[in-house]
Design a binder for this molecule. Structure first.
Ligand code: CTP
Ligand code: MG
Length: 206
């Protein structure tokens, strides 16, 4: 058996939480910190280990932008074939979603992201005024965990210094294919205070 673990995880838990009103790393659902929930899903879904980036015990120091925090995590990841990048702000992503990302990588994909169809009509606005009606056909909303060949994600980060919404964008800009798998409706991102209340309700089954 190879001694190189197949997959390692990175949880990004730095950032200022400007839309939430304060940093989110210490927030809890059901008495467990968001970053611990994200880490546990990665471990239970098949990652051999997890690097956590942020102001948490044994955490790696984060950067100014999300992509800088991911890079700090990638630098701390030991040799592995694959890496899954997961937002601490998505505490309800399941271990089975992690396993599905990993399975797509093992099937040969270079890069895998969970995605959901957009069911609401999409508009462009300026302030409160609608200025455009956007065709949602062919559009999806993407989540984390996002999975990659580790060497590819490192190369994409090294080649693309600019900011990006996520790691999938860096890999696309690097000229490689990114595939989608079905995401989870309950895998919401804690962005505003009301998201935390909703996540707590989903978690408790209320
Ligand atoms: N993140 C990070 N380092 C940063 C920015 C974000 O590790 N410099 C992480 C956050 O901890 C979160 C995930 O990336 O788990 C998604 O970021 P987001 O929800 O946007 O968090 P913040 O950037 O902290 O919030 P905001 O954009 O509202 O300031
Ligand atoms: Mg942010």
């Amino acid at each position: 058996m190879s001694s190189v673990p197949r997959a390692w995880g990175v949880v990004v838990a730095a950032g200022s939480g400007s839309r939430f009103g304060r940093p989110k790393h210490a927030l809890e659902i059901g008495g467990l910190a968001l970053w611990k929930r994200a880490r546990n899903a990665l471990l239970e879904g098949g990652c051999a280990g997890v690097v956590v980036v942020g102001d948490v015990p044994d955490g790696v120091q984060g950067g100014a932008r999300r992509r800088d925090s991911v890079l700090a995590g990638l630098t701390a990841v030991p040799q592995a074939e694959y890496v899954l990048i997961h937002d601490a702000a998505r505490p309800l992503g399941s271990a089975s979603l992690v396993a599905s990302v990993l399975e797509a990588l093992l099937d040969g994909a270079d890069a895998v992201v969970p995605a959901l169809p957009i069911n609401d009509a999409l508009k462009r606005v300026s302030g409160e005024m609608i200025t455009g009606h956007v065709n949602r056909v062919g559009m999806v909303a993407v989540q984390t965990p996002q999975g990659f060949r580790l060497d590819l994600l490192r190369a994409a980060h090294a080649a693309m210094p600019g900011d990006a919404h996520d790691d999938a964008q860096l890999v696309s800009a690097h000229g490689r294919n990114v595939v989608t798998i079905p995401g989870e409706v309950t895998n919401l991102k804690i962005t505003y205070p009301e998201d935390l209340a909703l996540a707590e309700k989903i978690w408790s089954g209320a």
